[in-house]
Design a protein around this ligand. Structure first.
Ligand code: NAD
Length: 322
C-alpha cells in the first residue's frame, strides 16, 4: 500500500506503533521497524535524557529502518526537563518525532533546523489545523476510542477522521480504535493515509509487557476500559481495574491530584507491565481491546493487517461497486 504517509516518511506499510509509556522501548520499536511499519520510542519512558540517547542507540543496534521518538507534553507529577529530552533526540540524529499532548510550537525551530519530520498527534480538528500552520509534516488524529488521552471533546474517529481529512492538506494518520485490517481499510476510506495503533501492539510477542497482561488484553472486551481524570480535565482512558475505579471514586469525592497522584503514578503503572499484577497501578488500554484475540509476532501482525486491508479493498470494495 502506497500512501502519502509511506512516501513522505520512507516506510513500507501505513502503520505506526504509537508512543506508549513504559511499552515504547527498543525491543518493540525495532521489531515494528523491521516489520516495515513505523516504530515509536517513548521519550519519557527513559528516566533521563542520557538514558533516552542510549535507548535510541539500542534501537539502531537492532534495526537500520526508520523509527520515531514520541515526545509527550502533558501534566506530570514531577517536572520534566523537556528541552533536555528534545536535545537528546536532536543530537541522536533521529529523523522522525511524534509530538503529543500539547502544542509543539516551542520545539518546532529545533526540530526543523535538524531536518526532523514531525507527526503531531491531537484529538481535535482545530488543534490539527494549528499544528499544520506551525509546520508539522503529518497529523495523527486521535479519536475518543483511544487509549491514554482522548482530550475533552469526546469525538469518535468516525467523525474526527473525515473532518480532519476535509481540513488538512498534509498526511493524516487515523488513531484510536484500530487493531486490524478492517480498521486500516476503513481509515483509508475515511481519508487517512495510515493508522496508529497502541493497545494492539501491546499484545505482541516482542512487547515488553508481562505475559499475564498480554493474556488479560486478549480476554478483555471493549467494555473493560474506563475514563479517569475527567474532573481534572486531563481525561485518560485506562484499563478498568481496582485502581482506576478507586480514582473515579476519589474524583467523585472532589479529591484533586495531590491525593490522587500517588496512586495514579506512572511508576506504579510500570509495575503492572513488569510483574503481571493488573492491579499494581493504572495502565492504558483503548476500546479496541475488544478486537484483540491473539499474541502474534509484530511481523505476523503487520503483515496480517496489511494483507487483510488489501483484500477488503481489492475484493469487497470492488465487488460492491462492480
Ligand atoms: P506521572 O506519573 O507523572 O502522572 C500520572 C498521571 O497523572 C498521568 O496521566 C499524568 O498526566 C497525570 N497528572 C500528573 N499531574 C497532573 C496534574 N497536575 N493534573 C492532572 N493530571 C496530572 O506520569 P507518567 O505515567 O510517568 O507519564 C509521563 C507522561 O507521559 C504523562 O504526562 C502521561 O500522561 C504521559 N503519557 C504518555 C503516553 C504516551 O503514549 N506517550 C502514554 C501514557 C502517558
Amino acid at each position: 500500500m502506497k500512501t502519502r504517509f509511506t512516501e513522505a516518511f520512507g516506510v513500507e506499510h501505513p502503520i505506526i506503533q504509537g508512543g506508549m509509556q513504559w511499552v515504547g522501548r527498543a525491543e518493540l520499536v525495532s521489531a515494528v521497524a523491521n516489520a516495515g511499519a513505523l516504530g515509536c520510542l517513548t521519550a519519557l519512558t527513559q528516566p533521563t535524557p542520557e538514558d533516552l540517547s542510549k535507548e535510541i542507540g539500542r534501537v539502531r543496534d537492532m534495526t537500520d529502518k526508520p523509527f520515531a521518538v514520541n515526545f509527550t507534553i502533558l501534566p506530570t507529577l514531577k517536572p520534566i526537563p523537556y528541552d533536555e529530552y528534545m536535545d537528546a533526540i536532536v543530537q541522536s540524529g533521529v529523523k522522525i518525532v511524534e509530538t503529543a499532548g500539547n502544542n509543539p510550537k516551542a520545539h518546532m525551530p529545533k526540530l526543523k533546523e535538524a531536518g526532523i519530520k514531525v507527526i503531531h498527534k491531537c484529538t481535535s480538528v482545530r488543534h490539527a489545523i494549528t499544528a499544520q500552520k506551525i509546520g508539522v509534516d503529518a497529523i495523527s488524529i486521535d479519536g475518543f476510542e483511544c487509549a491514554g488521552h482522548p482530550g475533552e471533546d469526546d469525538t469518535p474517529g468516525l467523525i474526527l477522521i473525515p473532518k480532519a481529512a476535509d481540513k488538512i492538506d498534509i498526511p493524516i494518520i487515523a488513531s484510536g480504535g484500530f487493531a486490524d485490517g478492517r480498521g486500516l481499510a476503513a481509515a483509508i476510506a475515511l481519508g487517512a493515509d495510515g493508522i496508529n495503533m497502541g493497545t494492539r501492539f501491546m499484545a505482541t510477542q516482542e512487547a515488553p509487557v508481562h505475559e499475564t497482561i498480554k493474556q488479560k488484553i486478549v480476554s478483555a472486551d471493549e467494555l473493560q476500559t474506563t475514563l479517569i481524570f475527567r474532573t481534572l480535565r486531563n481525561t485518560t482512558r485506562m484499563f478498568s481495574n481496582e485502581v482506576s475505579k478507586k480514582i473515579i471514586e476519589m474524583e467523585a469525592e472532589g479529591k484533586g491530584i495531590d491525593e490522587i497522584g500517588p496512586i495514579a503514578s506512572g511508576l506504579k503503572g510500570k509495575l503492572v507491565y513488569e510483574t503481571g499484577d493488573e492491579n499494581a497501578g493504572v495502565w492504558s488500554a483503548g476500546m479496541c481491546i475488544g478486537l484483540i484475540n491473539d499474541i502474534p509476532t509484530v511481523k505476523e501482525l503487520v503483515e496480517r493487517i496489511v494483507n487483510d486491508a488489501e483484500t477488503i479493498i481489492n475484493e469487497r470494495f470492488r465487488r460492491i461497486v462492480a
